[in-house]
Design a protein around this ligand. Structure first.
Ligand SMILES: *Cc1c(COP(=O)(O)O)cnc(C)c1O
Length: 391
């Protein structure tokens, strides 16, 4: 499916760079709307940490999603893109004072609070401004996700959230505080989850928690189930849009809602991953003793997922139709882990050929670093290419 890349246009652009198919992003957002539109009480926030590229944020905001932020910088990025403060939720285990103050000054919708000391600080800072902060408690539901150990977050051993046994205490504490208002519970069990039974397990756990709280006459207005829906890294063209139907159906069928309750979702990867590719130029083909290497000009500084999580990304030579050959595709960074793929089949590759590292729209550009004094990768969109602005 190389036809989807404007390879000719790419020839004038300094590599490596991110290329975003903004039509696919809009279709993905339409698919989310198609599944949630009939539920007035389903509210989808985009997890800004997956990709804060201003052009993508604007498209996502225009589609009507809210924002899920995990830092003051992300709140600023979301506001700059036009997200309304009342659509912003703010999570994170280590919120600093300036970040809390920013969120209070901007009147965001809700803090997802992860500990009692944090709750106390929010209450104090809100008091000094004469404000009341909406808070939801992030509960660690002790539900595992069948995903990479580094990206499972909902087990008791993880640093995230409040243990279930401490939940009633923190709700009671909040009810005695003057400047916070308890408005709901928050969960997030991990990322790149493709097995719907993991989300089903979360629904069952939330149902238990609700019953228990109801027995104590505690009402929950908002249930935030987090994000975590995975994408198909093997088949970026065949499964370009994630299975939002199964995902939202799981919650629709299994989460027992009370009248008037709102369900919040925080989708990151599933919104933006498939629309992005890292485009890199082949510098050298090096014949090793037992294999050949394609040495490219992108490295782990541009896309760290393979080095950090041993993540798989499909890679295609978008300049060649030659016969298939096997390559190890490696970057120029002085680290042995700077490898994008081992023993991967490409069309015969030569110096100058462009490769597309697919499904790189989430946790790609945003995680780029300047290690080795490298330049940060630039980015282009299909909209920009059509308009000829190359931006
Ligand atoms: C990372 C994160 C998300 C988004 O996760 P995805 O797997 O990208 O959908 C949502 N909520 C919280 C609290 C997160 O930390």
């Amino acid at each position: 499916m190389k036809g989807t890349f404007p390879t000719e246009r790419f020839k004038d652009i300094q590599t490596p760079f991110y290329y975003y198919d903004t039509d696919l992003l809009r279709n993905t957002l339409e698919a989310i709307k198609a599944e949630t539109g009939r539920h007035e009480n389903f509210i989808v926030h985009y997890a800004v940490k997956a990709n804060a590229n201003p052009q993508l944020l604007t498209i996502i905001k225009n589609a009507g999603l809210g924002a899920d932020c995990v830092s003051g910088g992300e709140i600023e990025a979301a506001l700059a893109a036009g997200f309304t403060p009342s659509s912003i939720v703010y999570a994170g285990v280590g919120k600093s004072d300036w970040e809390i103050n920013l969120a209070l000054d901007k009147n965001i919708f809700c803090f997802n609070v992860e500990s009692v000391p944090e709750l106390e600080v929010i209450n104090n800072l809100a008091a000094s401004k004469g404000k009341t902060a909406n808070v939801a408690f992030r509960i660690n539901p002790n539900v595992g996700a069948h995903t990479h150990a580094n990206i499972t977050t909902g087990l008791a051993e993880n640093k995230f959230g409040i243990a279930m046994r401490d939940m009633k205490d923190i709700i009671a504490k909040a009810s005695k505080m003057e400047n916070v208002k308890f408005i709901g519970l928050h969960f997030h069990i991990g990322s790149q989850i493709l097995d719907m039974t993991d989300f089903l397990a979360l629904c069952n756990r939330i149902n238990e928690i609700q019953d228990e709280l109801e027995n104590r006459h505690i009402r929950i207005e908002n249930i935030n189930v987090g994000g975590g829906l995975g994408i198909d890294y093997e088949h970026p063209d065949r499964v370009a849009i994630p299975d939002f139907k199964s995902y939202f159906n799981t919650y629709e069928r299994h989460l027992k809602l009370r009248p008037g309750q709102h369900v919040h979702f925080e989708l990151g990867r599933s919104v933006v991953a498939q629309c992005g590719s890292l485009i890199t130029k082949t510098l050298y083909i090096k014949q090793g003793a037992t294999k050949q290497f394609a040495i490219v000009d992108a490295g782990m500084t541009d896309l760290i997922r393979p080095a950090l999580y041993q993540a798989y990304h499909k890679i295609e030579n978008i300049s060649s139709d030659g016969p298939h050959e096997e390559y190890d595709i490696v970057g120029p960074i002085c680290e042995s882990s700077d490898v994008f793929a081992k023993q991967t089949v490409l069309n015969r590759t030569k110096r100058g050929d462009l490769l597309a590292i697919r499904s790189a729209g989430a946790y790609g550009e945003i995680m780029a670093s300047q290690y080795n004094c490298r330049k940060l990768p630039r980015s282009y969109t299909s909209d920009g290419m059509r308009q000829g602005t190359l931006s």
